[in-house]
Ligand binder design. Structure first.
Ligand code: MRU
Length: 345
């Protein structure tokens, strides 16, 4: 069969010490690019979700360190300035393990590099890390497409495509790969309140790729699953604990419960860089809580009384027992999960 590799959007670029990225807060209405060599601007952009998705925030943080190495190349304090950036970027968001994973790799390189080689070595490490994430997405797609029926209806949440990974994506990477191998796949995208990554980003990305996508509000997933309309659900991950418990976008846990109720297979797709063998189970994964304004404002519309109390957890935990399989770049893992250190890069 003639395999056409998927062609996807590239949300981040690197050139001579400068990072250029697509501001994902403005999609789908505006495609604005920001160019910077300032790690603090990249920190803010990770925090405010201009740059988002577990693998992409790791890549962006690594490029931010490489940019800082360029910027301070002739500064006598360069080592302490670079370390300051590493120690800050590591904590830009707490749930996805990819940030501390990427900063760990950059720190190892930093510690083994001479002053003369610092710029070269850090740039090389950041670019290698990015390429390795791209390769991991391709492998996830190759393993994952095997579980996709010839004519498939796939349910997903949030955005797990090129916009989230800098490669072809994880859960969406599986879809892209299945389509490139001649399968017919239709995606149902849960809109993903409060920040609408499903409707703003996933629908935009799939439309661009020519893959049929139907939007549903998050509360419609139970009804949809009850109609026997879905073959399988595939979502991404921000951190997978050693026992397989998985943190992903808020709403993932109820989706997994509903899939079990309706006997629909429920898969996680994630690179091995998202597996954290040092975190024993989901209870130990830090959950990010975000500002109440994200819930109060439905974009320009102030949606509720302004003194309402709000709880805004950005992620929840899918217990391992609800997960049919975890699709990674090293193959599909089945329960019981017991992740140990998997070499990455
Ligand atoms: O808050 P976000 O938009 O960064 O959340 C992203 C997700 O939850 C994704 O599902 C996850 O990072 C996997 S991306 C391949």
């Amino acid at each position: 069969m003639n395999i056409i590799e998927p062609k996807v959007v590239e949300p981040i670029e690197w050139k001579n010490g400068w990072v250029r990225f697509l501001d994902q807060r403005l999609l789908p209405h505006s495609e604005k690019w920001i160019e910077t060599n300032d790690w603090q601007e990249i920190f803010k952009s990770i925090e405010n979700l201009s740059i988002r998705g577990a693998p992409l925030i790791g890549i962006a943080a690594a490029l931010a360190i490489a940019a800082e190495a360029y910027r301070v190349e002739y500064n006598l304090d360069r080592r302490s300035l670079i370390i300051k950036a590493v120690n800050s970027l590591r904590y830009a968001r707490p749930t996805a393990v990819n940030l501390s994973w990427a900063m760990g790799k950059m720190l190892d390189t930093f510690n083994n590099s001479s002053d003369n080689d610092l710029v070269f070595d850090l740039e090389k490490c950041a670019l290698a890390l990015w390429q390795s994430e791209k390769r991991r997405c391709i492998q996830i797609g190759k393993f994952g497409e095997k579980i996709i029926p010839k004519d498939a209806y796939v349910l997903t949440i949030c955005n797990t495509g090129a916009l989230a990974t800098g490669g072809i994506g994880t859960a969406l990477g599986v879809v892209y790969t299945a389509v490139s191998r001649g399968k017919s796949v239709e995606v149902f995208a849960s809109e993903t309140r409060p920040l609408l990554q499903g409707s703003r980003l996933t629908a935009w990305e799939l439309k661009k790729a020519g893959i049929p996508v139907t939007l549903i509000v998050d509360s419609a997933t139970g009804w949809l699953l009850s109609q026997n309309a879905i073959d399988l659900c595939i979502i991404g991950a921000d951190r997978i604990a050693a026992n397989g418990d998985t943190a992903n976008k808020i709403g993932s846990y109820p989706l997994a419960v509903l899939c079990q109720r309706h006997k629909v297979p429920f898969y996680i797709a994630a690179p091995t860089s998202t597996i954290d063998p040092d975190t024993p189970n989901g209870a130990e994964i830090p959950i990010e809580h975000r500002q109440k304004s994200e819930v109060l404002n439905f974009f320009d519309l102030y949606a509720v009384i302004d003194d309402a109390e709000v709880l805004n957890p950005a992620f929840d935990i899918v217990p391992a027992e609800l997960i049919t399989g975890i699709i990674t770049d090293k193959g599909i893992f089945k329960p019981p999960y017991a992740f140990r250190s998997l070499s990455t890069i």
